[in-house]
Ligand binder design. Structure first.
Ligand SMILES: [Ca+2]
Ligand SMILES: [Ca+2]
Length: 388
């Protein structure tokens, strides 16, 4: 049923030409379409993004994190057990590395963890492993103090880029509308789903920019709610996450050096979180280990790559997050890299997605300031005139 890797099929996305869809991997289900955008469209998107202005994609949220850790009411022993994935009663470096949240936005490497250990004297025998005794005698306040005082370079962040959002709904620039229609044809999803998805995110990576490997959607737990449908959910739940059924990523320029998109575990036979980090090599690290990832896509202006972030639930709807969709932006070694993301939002709760679509349709009929989802209100550049 699934196309083989390398399989190509023709589709008609625009009136005057055919496009090719090439299968890049089955896990995740990943494809590429060269020439999805014309060079002129790429330049226009970059231009609109520059006119609007880009902001830093990540800043460090220090105090909030400490507070959150404090309110979790986790004893130090609980924390130890949580971290000790292989339950051998010791914390190996990779078990600490796997908990990216401990880094509080700062990307942890084997070196930075050992640096931290020695600064707070957490590993007196210096073997890089924390025994239960070593962990118990460590004062977590020293850890927080260290994280707070440590000056973080942008190269040490999980994500080192700038971005902005471009509106694509009714009244948007005609090219932005045309791209949304093309995405609709590419994905063969319903117009309601595509039209009610996030605006286009435009991202610029300067020389030295990167985005370590991550999945685009959060996990599906009962206590989690999707950002896009939360307006219709009566429940108040503690966690909010992006529910991005599909990612459609566009390369807006040719990058002089680096900047590939890496899928470290694409088409692995099995997925094992711990095997991502072995022998001091963290395959999620896109500054150092992109070359060891299973699949790398070279940026080529106008090409779209697209994949599914969720597995099917077997009943025609969205199931669990597909761990194989792990991907990242490799270090840009030379020049600048411009990409754009169209995320297609679907709530794993079919009922909530339906309710959301109904409510949005009702608001659109009634008109008024509330007639668009929150993210659609930003349409100031809708009538921007740009020379193509
Ligand atoms: Ca362990
Ligand atoms: Ca030790």
């Amino acid at each position: 049923l699934f196309p083989q890797v390398g399989h190509e099929r023709k589709v008609q996305l625009v009136a005057d030409r055919d496009h090719l869809i090439r299968t890049l991997s089955l896990k995740p289900l990943l494809f590429e379409t060269p020439g999805f955008l014309t060079d002129e469209e790429c330049r226009l998107i970059i231009h609109l993004a520059q006119m609007k202005g880009l902001q830093r994609s990540q800043i460090l949220p220090t105090e909030e994190y400490e507070e959150a850790m404090g309110t979790m009411q986790l004893s130090q022993l609980d924390l130890f057990r949580l971290l000790d994935q292989n339950r051998d009663g010791r914390l190996q470096l990779r078990e600490v590395l796997a908990q990216t949240r401990l880094g509080n936005g700062r990307w942890m490497t084997p070196e930075s963890i050992q640096e931290m250990y020695s600064a707070i004297k957490a590993d007196p025998d210096g073997d890089g492993v924390l025994s239960l005794q070593e962990f118990s005698s460590m004062d977590l306040r020293d850890f927080h103090k260290y994280m707070r005082s440590h000056k973080v370079e942008t190269s040490e962040l999980v994500r080192n880029s700038h971005h902005t959002w471009l509106y694509q709904g009714e009244g948007a620039h005609h090219v932005m509308r045309a791209i949304r229609q093309r995405v609709l044809r590419l994905t063969r999803l319903s117009p309601e789903i595509v039209e009610l998805s996030e605006p286009l995110q435009v991202v610029r990576y300067g020389e030295g920019g990167h985005y370590h490997a991550h999945v685009d959607s959060g996990p599906v737990y009962p206590e989690t709610i999707c950002s896009h449908t939360k307006v219709v959910a009566n429940e108040s739940v503690p966690f909010e996450t992006s529910c991005r059924y599909m990612t459609v990523l566009f390369y807006l320029n040719n990058v002089t050096g680096g900047g590939e998109t890496v899928f470290p575990v694409a088409d692995n036979r099995t997925y094992d979180e711990m095997s991502l980090i072995q022998g001091g090599v963290d395959l999620r690290d896109t500054r150092r280990h992109c070359d060891k990832g299973n699949l790398r896509v070279q940026p080529q202006q106008g090409t779209a790559v697209f994949w599914y972030n969720y597995l099917p639930d077997g009943q025609g709807w969205v199931g669990d997050v597909d761990e194989y969709s792990l991907h990242g932006g490799c270090l840009v070694t030379r020049g600048t890299k411009w990409i754009a993301n169209n995320w297609i939002n679907v709530d794993p709760s079919r009922a909530r997605q339906a309710l959301y679509q109904q409510e949005m349709a009702r608001l659109a009929r009634e008109g008024g300031a509330d007639s668009q989802p929150e993210w659609a209100l930003d349409r100031a550049y809708g009538d921007a005139r740009v020379e193509l």
